[in-house]
Design a protein around this ligand. Structure first.
Ligand code: NZQ
Ligand code: ZN
Length: 400
């Protein structure tokens, strides 16, 4: 590693089948008014709502209901949540759900005591919070985003056709998260595999960049191998507790700020996927699955070109390493470039095995939407190639 860094992750995690028993101890630390944040109703069907309400009631809390957080939470819903928190003088935001509820809770937390409009302040001007932050706790029911132990809060604005993530600092990260793998067993297969791919891609976004020898890449390879292994078991038998608990723990480590220490990171798959999501409202993990292979193939193709230089060499070397270390592709008789492509072929086969959606057309995008999605795509500079606006549009076309 060549860089210097500070590392602190303040989120306390309670993991396992009985993890909810720790909720009461956490609740003691906060005032009486708890905003109970949840989604479209899955927690009422699978009983998690009742379990959480029982603890809140036993602890003497006043429950302020805030249900109906949609997947890809919107700025309108965010403004509504902020108003609820203000009206009830809320002491704790308790998100019970997936990344959408956790992200939403964080976005509310930094906006309650702030006069500015949250979209303008955090998602247009990218300012940091300068007001009192209401604490957030999570009970996770959907695995994938890593939101349970990070500062990310992704909000969608349908009016401006933007889906943007603000990564807040440690003060906004959840104070605690309850991780009970049993809670994820009621997820539909579609959501389970979308979450698995989201985890995998979070690791890729931090792996496919840089040329230095970094411990992060070895950690990433281990996490990817564990995830591939457990995903195959879970795909065959979604009720396999051991596989689902491994997947849950991998998701947390894939995006809790550890892997990105002293590394440049890419995140262009997410930028492309989020832009597609802003136009289609499709499931996050599926948007990533649809754009990944065209993007990665384009990277290798560009890196193999004559003018690619040292960055191109590092790119091919990393994709070749991905093939041998993650997918165990034999290097025998293959050039480095062939190995790089072979790794992507292995990735593609696994994605198909899981039943992921592999193109944007199935997610509701069409040729006439490409330019608009390209306009919504934020171009980042940390990966092996800085794309032009035209290259973004080409990759999106190949993803249809
Ligand atoms: O709304 P309900 O009825 O609860 O249903 C949800 C929702 O339809 C359902 N679900 C959740 N737990 C369930 C369940 N169904 C049955 N049983 C359960 N136990 O699953 C659906 C998806 O939930 P959602 O929270 O939207 O999924 P996810 O966790 O993938 O979160 C997606 C959001 O997180 C953002 C995404 O962009 C998207 O907006 N992300 C956040 C990140 C972060 N904080 O760092 C990073 C990610 O890259 C991502 O961008
Ligand atoms: Zn993601």
């Amino acid at each position: 590693m060549r860089g210097s860094f500070t590392y602190c992750n303040p989120t306390k995690l309670y993991f396992g089948k009985n993890a909810l028993k720790n909720l009461a101890g956490e609740l003691e630390k906060y005032g009486p008014n708890v905003q109970l944040i949840y989604g479209g109703g899955s927690i009422k069907k699978n009983g998690i709502y009742d379990e959480v309400v029982e603890v809140l009631t036993a602890c003497g809390k006043t429950i302020v209901e805030d249900g109906g957080v949609m997947p890809n939470p919107t700025v309108d819903k965010l403004r509504e949540g902020v108003q609820i928190a203000r009206d009830h003088n809320v002491d704790l935001l308790l998100a019970v759900g997936g990344g959408s509820c956790c992200d939403y809770a964080k976005a509310v937390s930094v906006s309650v005591n702030c006069d500015d409009d949250p979209w303008e302040k955090y998602y247009v001007r990218f300012e940091e919070p300068d007001c009192d932050i209401v604490p957030v706790g999570c009970v996770l029911t959907m695995v994938g985003t890593g939101s349970e132990m990070n500062g990310g809060a992704v909000i969608t604005n349908h009016e401006t056709k933007q889906k943007i993530g603000h990564v807040f600092g440690t003060e906004v990260m959840p104070k605690f998260t309850v991780l009970n793998p049993v809670y994820t067993l009621s997820l539909p297969h579609y959501q389970m595999v979308a979450g698995i791919y989201d985890i995998f891609n979070h690791i890729c976004e931090q792996y496919f960049s840089g040329a230095d020898d970094n411990v992060s890449d070895y950690l990433s390879e281990g996490l990817m191998r564990s995830l591939i292994h457990s995903s195959r078991i879970a795909n065959e038998d979604p009720q396999d507790y051991e596989a689902r608990s491994n997947i849950m723990w991998t998701a947390t480590w894939a995006l809790n700020t550890l892997l990105s220490r002293a590394k440049t990171t890419d995140w262009m798959v997410h930028m492309l996927g989020q832009a597609a999501g802003a136009h289609t409202d499709a499931t996050h993990g599926m948007t990533l699955a649809a754009v990944s292979l065209p993007y990665y193939r384009y990277l290798i193709q560009s890196a193999a070109g004559e003018d690619a230089g040292p960055t191109g060499e590092a790119c091919i070397a990393k994709f070749a390493r991905f093939a041998t270390e993650v997918w165990k592709v034999s290097p025998d008789g293959r050039s480095e470039e062939e190995l790089a492509y072979a790794g992507l072929e292995a990735l593609e086969n696994w994605m198909k095995e899981l039943g992921l959606v592999m193109n944007l057309t199935e997610l509701g995008a069409s040729e006439d939407m490409v330019e608009g999605i390209a306009d919504s795509t934020i171009i980042l500079k940390g990966g092996y190639k800085v794309l032009t606006r035209e290259e973004v549009a080409d990759i999106l076309r190949q993803s249809l």
